[in-house]
Design a protein around this ligand. Structure first.
Ligand code: C6P
Length: 404
């Protein structure tokens, strides 16, 4: 039973006020709010078992190590990965993508090709550009149509034996499009290319099954799925992680070190240099448990209702245009009002207690495609309500009146 009031009571911040108005938080695409279980688990870790991991024989170190490794297994099960050593703790999506891109620097040759899509976040563009600069490989872009859907016939044409890796988001942060990644992965594999899925915007809404998708890499951030900031996961197939060179050197990622030569540790440690965000990694497991208890079917059902309702209500506003009208869409609405800068609307509705993101959303090529400076983005989570959507719509109407 999906009890929205009970769920909202789990999030202390949702009953606070901003500018003397009850907070309406619609910036979930940037980061989600945190339930009490997550906030309390962080405090419990520091009060009861704080120690460095994989290092000491003392009791606390073992307790912290066990909790960290138990979280890894929890995440392995959540993603349905084959092995727990395919789960690498990172500081977030950006870190995960950079790790893979740097690993590919030892694989790519001049004239090889890397494909990204027209709707990527900068985190899934810039590391590949840097890689191409280093190796002489070429970056190619899978185009999209006006609705914000990738054009698969063009993707097919771009794929060739030169393609070494394809990197595409599961869900677009700027448009909400849910991309047909399973089909895209199969197409990439037909030419022997690896496929990285940027799951940053997907994991708060759905449960990815990495074996069923058959992706080579799946990366995401913990902070968008009710977990702490500075946490994330890089899932990679064992065969790929074994092949890739590590991105960072340091403690814990080695087997032996001499001044002449270092040999690396096995997976997953090869990619986890230095002291990690121990509390964060453990509590990411708590966040995953919390979301699974609510259930992803219930989450996506509720969020879809919010999306349909908000789309209908917002479109009643004269001059309002929604960017991203794909058939398969997550609960993200990017919009503008004719003749008004998105930043002005964002500022006025903030004064009314509504938190949305305005600007290019770290997806400048998407804005260039639509020839706009940015959008107002309302991104909904399972703890949002239709009543909050009504408040957003009323506030946008008020802002429009003030600015026209
Ligand atoms: N998007 C947004 O407001 P990090 O910063 O590493 O946790 O995540 C980067 C990232 C990568 N890919 C996608 C699809 C994303 O949406 C994000 C983060 C936030 O849309 C902050 S810019």
């Amino acid at each position: 039973m999906f009890d929205i009031q009970k769920i909202r009571a789990d999030f202390p911040i949702l009953s606070t006020k901003v500018k003397l108005k009850p907070l309406v938080y619609f910036d979930n695409g940037a980061t989600s709010q945190k339930p009490k279980v997550v906030i309390e688990a962080i405090s419990k870790y520091y009060q009861e078992i704080n120690a460095n991991i994989h290092r000491g024989v003392h009791t606390l170190s073992q307790l912290a190590t066990d909790a960290y490794e138990a979280s890894r297994i929890k995440i392995q099960q959540h993603l349905n990965a084959q092995f727990s050593h395919e789960i690498i703790f990172t500081s977030g999506t950006t870190h995960g993508i950079n790790t893979v891109a740097n690993g590919f620097a030892f694989i790519l040759k001049e004239d090889d090709e890397v494909l990204v899509s027209a709707m990527e976040h900068h985190s899934n563009i810039v590391p590949w550009q840097m890689l191409c600069e280093r190796t002489g490989a070429k970056l190619k872009v899978i185009p999209m149509n006006e609705n914000g859907e990738l054009i698969l016939s063009e993707y097919k044409k771009l794929l060739s034996e030169k393609t070494k890796i394809v990197a595409v988001n599961h869900i677009s942060n700027a448009l909400g499009t849910i991309n047909p990644i399973k089909e895209m992965i199969e197409m990439a594999h037909q030419v022997g290319a690896a496929f990285l899925v940027d799951g940053a915007q997907a994991v708060p809404h759905l449960k990815p099954n990495v074996q069923d998708l058959d992706c080579d890499f799946y990366v995401f951030s913990g902070h968008k799925m009710c977990g702490p900031t500075g946490t994330g996961i890089l899932y990679g197939k064992e065969k790929w992680l074994n092949k890739l060179h590590p991105y960072q050197g340091g403690g814990e990622m080695i087997e032996t070190v001499t001044f002449e030569k270092t040999t690396y540790a096995g997976l997953p440690h090869k990619f986890e240099a230095g002291t990690p965000n121990i509390a964060g990694g453990i509590v990411l497991g708590t966040a995953v448990d919390y979301l699974n208890e609510i259930g992803f079917e219930a989450i996506s059902h509720h969020e879809h209702e919010l999306l349909v309702y908000a789309t209908e209500k917002l479109l009643e506003i004269d001059g309002l245009k929604i960017y991203g009208t794909a058939k398969e869409k997550a609960s993200v609405i990017s919009f503008n009002i004719e003749g008004i800068h998105p930043y002005d609307i964002g500022t006025i509705i903030d004064n009314l207690g509504i938190a949305v993101r305005t600007g290019h959303h770290c997806a400048q090529p998407v804005m260039d495609f639509y020839k706009i400076p940015g959008t107002i983005r309302a991104s909904f989570a399972f703890y949002n309500t239709k009543q909050e959507v009504d408040e957003l719509v009323d506030s946008v109407k008020k802002a429009k009146l003030m600015l026209s």
